[in-house]
Design a binder for this molecule. Structure first.
Ligand code: TRP
Length: 334
């Protein structure tokens, strides 16, 4: 069976290290083995949480440049913007019509984001998983690389595929498999080792953005929260030291080593050595990406042509799926 990979990131705020390790870096290696890949910039998903739309256009461009700068080749992979393929929202509506409200109320991300005032939560936030399911099944995805926090949404997509195919009495929609990307999802905030590193955290010092300059990277690591004890090589010691664990994991990811190896190499040392070494590694990784993103952003015509080409390729596949979906729903076609 040929493999089709589909994934996406929301263009909200500047991409950060978690996007790199949690998604982009792994997409590159998954894409090498896949037959076809669709990497979407999910701007319609961003609308569910945007406070204002002022920066959406620019953030979408930045995300496109970041995909490419992180190694996703726009010739081999379809890189496109969700709103450039109108079938996402069309299919989402059809799927909404077969989705029990109870399934959506159980989504942990909705519960977290909606908070206590459930009645005031926006409908788009509530039906977000349906749009995500549409993103996936439109392209007949066989594998969907996502962070741990999105696993429930992919499982929801699987449930909907089952319902739809039962109703159609045919295998119209392909059953997607989640591919859970563990390491990146484990990167935590630099201010609180228990919180995920996030684009939406109020403090910019909680994260390393992919456009941070070298001095800012050094400063953020210098200020990163620690604890008063020295480092020991015992992996169990990390259990109650979330900030240390986070810095060690980050170091290990950057060097492509195991957590234990990194921890052993800092046995008996204090945090400042770890931080200096981490700063060097981060600068080595982030500065080439930052420079590539800036170069790409200065060539809007090139970025536009990549996105246009990606959208053309995505539209062809999406249209084929929609044709089958419309037929199985018995919509009048003339
Ligand atoms: N919901 C995902 C997230 O917040 C982003 C996303 C939207 C996605 N559509 C998708 C991921 C389709 C994979 C496939 O991270």
């Amino acid at each position: 069976m040929s493999s089709r990979i589909v994934s996406g990131i929301r263009p909200t705020g500047h991409p950060q290290l978690g996007n790199y390790f949690g998604a982009l870096k792994q997409w590159v290696s998954i894409a090498e083995k896949a037959d076809e890949t669709f990497f979407c910039i999910v701007d319609q998903h961003a609308l569910t949480t945007l406070k204002d739309m002022q920066t959406l256009k620019q953030d979408t461009m930045i995300m496109a440049a970041t995909y490419i700068a992180c190694g996703i080749d726009p010739v081999k992979n379809a890189i496109f913007v969700q709103s450039h393929v109108p079938y996402h929202t069309e299919l989402a509506w059809y799927l909404t019509c077969i989705t029990p409200m109870g399934w959506l109320s159980r989504m942990t991300q909705f519960k977290d984001k909606a908070g206590k005032k459930r009645e005031n939560a926006l409908t788009g936030l509530f039906t977000y998983p349906v749009l995500m399911a549409a993103d996936i099944v439109l392209y007949g995805a066989t594998h969907v690389p996502v962070g741990d926090d999105q696993k429930q949404h992919v499982e929801f997509a699987r449930d909907i595929v089952q319902v739809f195919n039962n109703m159609a009495a045919d295998e119209i929609l392909k059953m997607p498999e989640p591919v859970i990307q563990k390491s990146g999802a484990r990167i935590k905030s630099l201010r609180d080792g228990l919180k995920k590193m996030s684009k939406s955290d109020a403090s910019d010092y909680s994260r390393i953005n992919l456009n941070d300059d070298n001095d800012l990277i050094a400063l953020k690591i210098k200020k990163a929260k620690t604890d008063p004890n020295a480092i020991t090589g015992d992996i169990k010691s990390l259990e109650n030291r979330p900030e240390l664990e986070n810095l060690i994991i980050l170091h290990a990811l950057l060097e492509n080593k195991s957590t234990q190896d990194v921890l052993s190499s800092f046995d008996g040392q204090n945090f400042s050595n770890l931080k200096l070494s981490l700063t060097d590694l981060l600068i080595d990784h982030v500065s080439p990406i930052r420079e590539k993103v800036n170069t790409l952003l200065n060539d809007q015509a090139y970025l536009n042509s990549c996105l246009k080409d990606g959208a053309d390729r995505a539209n062809i596949v999406a249209q084929q799926t929609m044709q089958q979906v419309r037929t199985s729903l018995n919509l009048l076609q003339i």
